[in-house]
Structures are given as structure tokens and as C-alpha cells.
Write a protein that binds this ligand. Structure first.
Ligand code: DGJ
Length: 626
């Protein structure tokens, strides 16, 4: 055997990954598929893949490595794009070491010519066969190094994978499925620079053999665990090979590494499976075991949220009626949505002034919370910490705390601006404001909202700061959770525009959509269920006539669809007809009887040939309940 070839192998319970490094080059995946026997010859596997050169190509075929390099002739998207003040964009890595344990390999690479080192970490979860990949680059040189792109990893796709399933959408219509043919030399690239995962493009996709379905067809599902800007690119090269690559989408000049500095990519999660159900079952199980906060393993309470019940029309008597009606229906948590703080009588003012509005709540939130507790419910509160209205004391006093290039007119969205949380003063103010609230009141749950996209996201010096903003948001949540370890959080961004594993690590629940029309929700839930388990999916029974679509639905249909996730209410129950309230009571108690096993259940979406039909079944792991 050629001594210059080094093989590495990781085994899950049902799949194997084999890597090859040729003459200490950046390793490439030469096999990812069903579990191989321990005695399988990796060299023969490699020989099976040897191919002749195609016409009009370079004299050697460039390896499709974990970080493909132009210096080795790769003509697709390089894993790393960098430069030093417009020069030295080339690099050619050498494998200088590896650290391997049962389920993980860290490849250590260096290029002494360009003065960089790179670590690529590949973890293969032994129980769920979930691959988790990330990369880290260090500037070993004396001059600043600009990073324009660093893929978590580039993964090859089998030639037989010719179909893609993507999740697209819009406000009120998130997670819609879209199939695409992927058989010819071409690239599909999703660039999202909205500063959140977005309504439009979920950071994940599925590639598989033509016609893959719920229970058949080999496929790879992948998801980027990152709540901000990202790029996912699939390409079929002219020579027939194809790959998928995921990275943070970096704005011009935003990552400048000084001597010794490091940039770490987000984590890319991927799994190989037969059919979509198997893929989802793996993602769900992994999320439950390795991502979700511990509190999500306790029965998820039925909640009622005040938003569509009262919007900004807060008053203690009205809310008390709602609390009482909710308690009678069996609700266990009351969430006070937007509208409770100073100056927030509508969505044009108040964000940033996180003090209880004395005009609406002259005695503070105490009396409301007492009423919630008296009815044996826990209390939750809505916040939107990353934002500020120009019409707020916070902005009037600190106009430079804004995340937008100061040389251009401010762009608002829902009448609000983004606070630059990488600014230590803005960060300290918001952290203190949240902790004041959390220490002053028994708040069990925060609905953490984020209602506008980022544009021209630069700090006051004009340097792009979307990456720093995202890291600061994670740090803010982490520090809040250290101070309040029992706090539960829900991620929301005008519905489901911030849905990913890195946010889920901290929040444990996602508000799936602002559309509570059960018919629209069916398709939203279907897409969401590909990657996320049901118990993290906020799903509420809305008004008879849906506020988002104007369509009417009967109480059974509304309740049955909401039962697919974590059940809640998004209507003023005190105004619902008595018969409806009795029906809801029945479903609440059904939810309570079943939530225990559903939060560990396997999901089976049932393949229906009529596209108008969608059926889903949950089954307990011991196969005793479904
Ligand atoms: C957007 C959220 O998605 C809604 O549920 C609600 O909380 C509003 N924001 C409040 O402003």
C-alpha cells in the first residue's frame, strides 16, 4: 500500500465515516454510509473510487477535501477564503497531527508559508449517527489576516444524489418544502444575511437519491447550528463530483485576525439516513440528548399567551378575566406578551425602556403575577432585548448604541433599530435591565423576541459587526441563565425566523409562526418536524377566525393541530363560547395525559400521494403508545 496514504475511520451505530489524507494533505471523506465491517479494507475502498481524469481538466484531480484548496487545483468554492491586506490569498495545508477518540477526530493542519493553522473537528455521535463538524483557524503571522469564508466542513455527496429538499418561506408561512433537481453541473447557494435564520430560508437541507420519501431513499440531511448570517452551498462540479458546504456568511472585513487570534466556525450537523423519517428521528433524538436544556425533559406546560388575546390593550381587569378562563381550561402558564413596559401602547415606541409601565400597572406587575399564581399557573414575560425604538428614552440618551453604519440614514423595521450588543455599555445596560426584572419578579419563562432584520450591521467605526452581534446575543443569554438557572426561554423572531440548534441550546422552545390558522400550521409543522422534535414547537389554539388569514376553523381542528407541539392558547378564552371552552378542556387534559411519552416519541410522517393530505404519527419508543 502507498505509505503516503493515511486513513481514519469513525463508526456510529449504523454508519461509518472514512477519511483519507494523501501525502499529509487536508483529509477528504472517501466513505460515508451504512456501517462497514471492522475488517473492511479502507485501501480497497479508496481504490474503488479511483477515476480517470476528465478532458479539459488539470493534470491531477483536486481532492474534494474537508477544506478544499485552490492551491491543489480545486475550482469549486474553497473551504477557506482569506487574505492579508489584499495579498496572500493562497494557502496549502499540511496535516501535522490528529487527536482521535472513539467518536471524534480533530485534524490539525498548518501552512507555514501563509502562517496559518487550521483545526477541523469531526464528531460522529455513536447513538444517533449525527455528524457534527466545525473548523477553527489561527493567524500565526505578524500581520492581520482577513477571513472572508471558512466552511465548517465540505462534505462530498454521492453521485446518485440528484434531488434536494429545501425549506423556504415567508412571515406566517415558515418551513415550506421545496424540491429541486440537482443532476447537472450547477450550484445551489443559499445566502442569508438577515442577522437571524430568517423566515425565507431555514439553515438546513436534504440531498438524496431521486424520489426520496418519508420512508425510503438514501439521503443526507444537514443543518447549520447558527442563528445569524450563513451560506449553504451545494455544487455539482463539471467532473461529476458534488459536495455541500456550510459556513457563516461573513460581511466584508468583519473577521480580522491579529497575531495569534482565532476564528471558530459554527457547528454543522448532518446525518445519513434511509428516508426522511429516519433522518428526523436521528435529529430529534440527538437534539433531546445533546442540545436541549434539562428543563425541556419535564412535562411541557400548557400556556396561554396574551398577544392575540389583547395585543397592546393591557388592563388588569381584562387580563384577570383571561387568567381565570385559562385556569378553568387547565392552562398552567400565563405569558404576558408585548405592551407591558413604559411607553409601549403601540409598536412605535418604548423598546429599550424595560421598566413596567406605571400607567397600566400602577402597582407594578405584582398584582398580575399574584393573580396568575393564585390560579396555580407560572408566569412568563415577553422581551425583545436586542432592539430599541428611536422613540424611547434609551435611544434619546444613547443614540450611538445602534448597530448600523453611522454615515448613512438609519433604516428602521417595525419602527425599531438594532442595539449593538458588542458595545460593552449597551450590553451591560440590557443585561442589568433584564436581571432587574428577573430578580424583582418570580418570572419562570421569557419569550425572547427579535422582530427585525439586520442591515448595514456595522459599529460606530463602520466595521461590520453581525458576527460580533450574534456572539454577544449568545453571551447575553448565557449570562442571564447563569444568574437565573431555573429560567426557561422561548426563541421567537416574528414567529419562526430564528430556529436553529445553537439558539435551541439556550432556549428549548421555538415560537414556530405568527400564523395560528390550523390549515397553514399543518404545512409549517411538517417542515419544522424534519429537524426539531415536537415538544419544542410552540403551537397555540388561535381564534375561530385566524388573525393572519381570516379563515375560520372549528375548535376541534384548531386543537388537534396545536396538539402536535407544545400546546398553548393565543386567544381570549374568556370571550370564547362555553361549548368551545369545554372542547378545549378536553384537549388540554388529553395533552396532559400524553405529553410524557410524546416528548421522547419517534415521529412518522406518513407518505401520502395526494399532496393535499398530510398525516403524522407519534409512537413511543417502547412501541406501546401511538
Ligand atoms: C412577534 C411575535 O412573533 C408575536 O408572537 C408577538 O410576540 C409580537 N412579536 C409582539 O410584538
Amino acid at each position: 500500500m502507498n505509505q503516503a496514504l493515511q486513513f481514519f475511520r469513525l463508526d456510529g451505530s449504523a454508519s461509518t465515516l472514512v477519511f483519507l489524507s494523501r501525502a499529509r494533505s487536508t483529509p477528504e471523506i472517501i466513505y460515508w454510509g451504512p456501517l462497514l465491517s471492522k475488517t473492511c479494507s479502507l485501501a480497497s475502498l479508496y481504490q474503488l473510487q479511483e477515476r480517470p481524469l476528465s478532458f479539459a481538466s488539470l493534470d491531477q484531480e483536486a481532492p474534494l477535501s474537508l477544506c478544499p484548496e485552490e492551491s491543489r487545483g480545486f475550482s469549486g468554492s474553497p473551504g477557506l477564503l482569506m487574505h492579508r491586506s489584499g495579498r496572500a490569498y493562497g494557502h496549502r495545508m499540511t496535516l501535522v497531527g490528529t487527536k482521535q477518540s472513539n467518536d471524534e477526530i480533530v485534524f490539525q493542519l498548518e501552512d507555514q508559508n501563509s502562517n496559518i493553522s487550521l483545526e477541523i473537528t469531526i464528531h460522529l455521535d455513536a447513538s444517533d449517527d449525527l455528524l457534527c463538524a466545525s473548523s477553527q483557524i489561527q493567524n500565526r503571522g505578524p500581520t492581520p489576516l482577513s477571513i472572508e469564508q471558512l466552511a465548517c466542513a465540505s462534505l462530498p455527496l454521492p453521485a446518485s444524489f440528484q434531488e434536494l429538499l429545501l425549506l423556504h418561506g415567508r412571515w406566517g408561512g415558515e418551513f415550506q418544502l421545496e424540491r429541486q433537481n440537482f443532476s447537472r453541473a450547477a450550484a445551489v447557494q443559499i445566502d442569508n444575511h438577515s442577522g437571524r435564520t430568517s423566515h425565507e430560508h431555514f439553515p438546513g437541507l436534504i440531498a438524496g437519491v431521486a424520489g426520496f420519501g418519508e420512508s425510503q431513499g438514501s439521503l443526507i440531511g444537514l443543518h447549520l447550528g447558527w442563528s445569524g448570517n450563513y451560506r449553504i452551498r451545494l455544487e455539482r462540479l463539471a467532473d461529476g463530483r458534488s459536495y455541500v458546504q456550510a459556513s457563516e456568511y461573513l460581511l466584508p472585513g468583519e473577521i480580522q485576525l491579529g497575531a495569534g487570534d482565532v476564528y471558530q466556525t459554527p457547528k454543522l450537523y448532518a446525518t445519513w439516513a434511509e428516508g426522511l423519517n429516519e433522518m428526523s428521528q436521528r435529529f430529534h433524538s440527538y437534539v433531546r440528548r445533546r442540545i436541549l436544556p434539562g428543563w425541556t425533559r419535564k412535562p411541557r406546560p400548557v400556556l396561554t399567551n396574551s398577544w392575540e388575546a389583547v395585543y397592546f390593550d393591557h388592563s388588569l381587569p381584562r387580563l384577570n378575566q383571561l387568567i381565570e378562563a385559562a385556569a378553568q381550561a387547565g392552562v398552567e402558564r400565563f405569558v404576558l406578551d408585548d405592551g407591558w413596559f413604559r411607553g409601549r401602547r403601540h409598536d412605535q415606541s418604548g423598546l429599550g425602556d424595560w421598566q413596567v409601565d406605571p400607567e397600566i400597572y400602577p402597582l407594578g406587575l405584582g398584582p398580575l403575577i399574584e393573580s396568575v399564581h393564585k390560579h396555580k399557573m407560572s408566569f412568563g414575560l415577553w422581551v425583545e432585548p436586542e432592539m430599541v425604538n428611536p422613540n424611547s428614552d434609551l435611544f434619546r440618551q444613547n443614540p450611538t448604541w445602534i448597530l448600523q453604519d453611522p454615515t448613512y440614514p438609519l433604516v428602521t423595521g417595525r419602527h425599531q433599530l438594532v442595539l449593538n450588543l458588542a458595545d460593552p455599555n449597551a450590553f451591560a445596560y440590557i443585561k442589568a435591565a433584564l436581571l432587574n426584572l428577573l430578580h424583582a419578579h418570580p418570572i419562570a419563562f421569557l419569550k425572547w423576541d427579535m422582530n427585525r432584520i439586520l442591515v448595514l450591521a456595522a459599529d460606530q467605526t463602520g466595521q461590520a459587526a453581525a458576527h460580533r452581534q450574534m456572539r454577544a446575543v449568545y453571551r447575553l443569554i448565557d449570562e442571564i441563565l447563569i444568574a437565573c438557572p431555573n429560567l426557561e426561554i422561548e426563541a421567537c423572531a416574528s414567529g419562526g425566523a430564528r430556529a436553529d440548534f445553537e439558539m435551541l441550546r439556550r432556549t428549548g422552545r421555538i415560537w414556530t409562526s405568527d400564523n395560528n390558522d390550523p390549515l397553514s400550521r399543518l404545512m409549517i409543522h411538517r417542515g419544522f418536524s424534519l429537524f426539531f422534535p415536537p415538544e419544542v414547537m410552540g403551537a397555540h389554539i388561535g381564534a375561530e377566525k385566524a388573525h393572519s388569514t381570516g379563515r375560520k376553523a372549528d375548535p376541534h381542528f384548531r386543537a388537534l393541530i396545536a396538539l402536535q407541539g407544545q400546546l398553548g392558547f393565543e386567544l381570549d378564552l374568556s370571550q370564547s363560547p362555553l361549548e368551545d371552552r369545554e372542547i378545549f378542556k378536553h384537549y388540554v387534559s388529553f395533552y396532559k395525559d400524553n405529553r410524557g411519552w410524546i416528548q421522547n416519541a419517534l415521529i412518522f410522517r406518513i407518505q401520502c400521494h395526494d399532496p393535499a393530505l398530510f398525516a403524522v404519527s407519534y409512537a413511543s419508543r417502547d412501541e406501546q403508545r401511538s
